[in-house]
Design a protein around this ligand. Structure first.
Ligand code: ZN
Length: 134
């Protein structure tokens, strides 16, 4: 079951500069920041109500974020939907013929398992599913 929008991911070139902007926007001086080796990225979270805005900076030239910024520039990268059972959702969505970028959950940021649906099957929108690690 899909529970809520967990966060919206925004690809940025420079996390330090973008954090200055978003810290002013949300009046939060120090966002929670962490390195996510599995995604080759450093991320910063700004809580907004029950969701958050995730700024994503690449840590490698061959990462998905680097490629995204090369093609499209900075901006909204993905929408993350929080689910109660990620493996059940993968099966359910495959039955509806959705395609996945990866269909084995990996460690995302902030203590979540994550997978990505391929934008080919979701009208060009990259959708991340996440489930809180137990
Ligand atoms: Zn995300």
């Amino acid at each position: 079951m899909i529970k809520k929008i967990n966060h919206i991911g925004i690809a940025v070139k420079n996390l330090g500069l973008s954090s200055d902007v978003f810290s002013k926007l949300f009046e939060q001086s120090k966002p929670h920041t962490e390195v996510v080796p599995e995604q080759k990225a450093t991320i910063a979270f700004y809580p907004v109500g029950e969701s958050s805005i995730e700024l994503i900076e690449s840590t490698s030239n061959d990462s998905a974020i680097s490629k995204f910024i090369e093609k499209r520039g900075e901006g909204i990268h993905h929408i993350c939907l929080e689910v109660d059972d990620i493996k059940a959702e993968i099966v359910r969505l495959k039955n509806h013929e959705f395609q996945f970028v990866n269909d084995v959950p990996t460690a995302g940021g902030d203590g979540y398992w994550v997978v990505f649906l391929h934008p080919k099957s979701t009208n060009g929108v990259l959708i991340e599913l996440c489930e809180k690690m137990k």
